[in-house]
Design a protein around this ligand. Structure first.
Ligand SMILES: Cc1cc2nc3c(=O)[nH]c(=O)nc-3n(C[C@H](O)[C@H](O)[C@H](O)COP(=O)(O)O)c2cc1C
Length: 213
């Protein structure tokens, strides 16, 4: 896909975000390392006294995009009616997004991938070939921070985890203002003992809050 944002004038008037941050956790493991890091990032957000929400994707009954393309006409996902239907308003209203995923097989988890795929409904496409496209979430000052955690010791082991969140979010119109890769953490909640990582997650959250106010 080639970005030709100016070709399409998206109608995004009713998608205006508020000064609010939404944290989205992609780990299936409750009280695991992603949960600790997300909580820490949201503590940083809270330091700036800004509205904040939290969604753990494992607690939401939703499925991945089925590619029905009904969203082309309806401008929101109408092909599925599930837990994601309730999450859209949270995504739309939050100017800031914190995404946290552990590495599963060199990539984001299936939960995080399904969540990102369901944001496909915010795209506008033209009838050119290849189709020009733009995002109805773009040009609204939306910003994001990303955190990934894995067991092994370097970027190669973490694979695409950060990129798999960053590239789609940027395509959707978010500016990614910071990211964190946490290595060598396997046991459930072990990252609680890694004070440097906790500090970094906190400061990412705080930076995000400052950036969206
Ligand atoms: C299905 C699965 C696949 C994994 N794949 C990788 C991997 O490719 N690289 C890696 O370094 N760690 C991998 N891990 C380890 C997790 O990333 C690590 O334990 C992480 O701390 C889990 O975070 P959580 O507690 O938030 O779930 C994998 C774990 C699981 C369960």
């Amino acid at each position: 896909m080639k970005m030709l944002g100016s070709v399409i004038k998206a109608n995004n008037e009713n998608l205006r975000p508020r000064d609010k941050v939404l944290g989205v956790g992609g780990s299936p493991r409750k009280n695991g390392n992603s949960d600790v890091l997300l909580k820490q990032a949201l503590n940083g957000v809270g330091r700036e006294a800004i509205e904040c929400g939290l969604v753990q994707l494992r607690d939401v009954q939703f499925q991945g995009c089925i590619g029905c393309e009904k969203c082309r006409k309806d401008q929101i996902c109408t092909g599925l009616n599930d837990g994601m239907s309730l999450m859209y308003s949270q995504v739309i209203t939050a100017k800031g997004l914190v995404l946290v995923s552990p590495t599963h097989n060199y990539n984001i988890t299936a939960w995080m991938k399904a969540f990102i795929d369901r944001l496909y409904c915010f795209y506008e496409f033209a009838n050119t070939r290849p189709r020009a496209w733009s995002s109805r979430l773009a040009d609204q000052g939306r910003k994001a921070v990303l955190i990934a955690v894995c067991e092994q010791e370097n970027e190669k082991d973490m694979g695409f985890t950060l990129e798999a969140m960053k590239i789609p979010l940027e395509a959707l119109g978010y500016q990614v203002i910071g990211q964190q890769a946490v290595f060598r953490i396997f046991d459930k909640g072990k990252v609680k003992k890694d004070s440097k990582s906790l500090e970094k997650a906190f400061s990412l959250g705080r930076d995000l809050a400052k950036a969206v106010i």
